[in-house]
Design a protein around this ligand. Structure first.
Ligand code: THU
Length: 134
C-alpha cells in the first residue's frame, strides 16, 4: 500500500479515538487527502438531540474546506463491527461535492485494516452534483 494511503488511514484511526459517540457508542473516524496532499480528519460528534449529530466524514470535509482544500482525492473511513462502515447516504453526497467518480474510499476496521475499497461512483451512482447547476 502506498505510504500516503497508510498515512491517510492512520489519521482516520486516530480521529476515531476522539469520537464523541456517547449515545450510539459507535466510534467513527474519517480522513480525506486533499489536492495538495494534505490530510484532514474528522470524527463523529453526537448530540442529545439525536438528529443534530454529525458524521466523521462531514468533520473531515469541514476541516479540509477550512484549510483551503478544494478536492478530496482519497478518503478513508474507520469503524468497528461486523458490517462494513461505509459512508451513510448523506455523507456519500457530501463526498460527491469534492471527489471525482474514481476517487477511492477505503472502508477500514478500527485497526486501519482495509476491508474494502470503493470508488465514489460505486457508492453513489447516477448522482446529482455541482455540474447540474451550471
Ligand atoms: N457514522 C459516521 O460518522 N459515519 C458513517 O459513515 C456512518 C455512521 C456515525 C453517525 C453516528 O454518530 C454513529 O456513527 C452511529 O450511526
Amino acid at each position: 500500500m502506498a505510504e500516503h494511503t497508510q498515512d491517510l488511514i492512520a489519521a482516520a484511526v486516530a480521529a476515531r479515538l476522539k469520537a464523541y459517540a456517547r449515545y450510539s457508542k459507535f466510534l467513527v473516524g474519517a480522513a480525506v487527502r486533499d489536492e495538495q496532499g494534505r490530510i484532514h480528519a474528522g470524527c463523529n460528534v453526537e448530540n442529545a438531540a439525536y438528529p443534530v449529530g454529525a458524521c466523521a466524514e462531514a468533520g473531515a470535509l469541514s476541516a479540509m474546506v477550512l484549510a483551503g482544500g478544494l478536492r478530496a482525492v482519497e478518503v478513508a473511513v474507520v469503524g468497528a463491527g461486523a458490517g462494513l462502515v461505509t459512508p451513510c447516504g448523506g455523507c456519500r453526497q457530501r463526498l460527491r461535492e469534492f471527489c471525482a467518480e474514481d476517487t477511492k474510499v477505503h472502508v477500514c476496521d478500527e485497526t486501519g485494516k482495509v476491508r474494502r475499497t470503493f470508488t465514489l461512483v460505486e457508492l453513489l451512482p447516477s448522482s446529482f452534483g455541482p455540474e447540474n447547476l451550471k
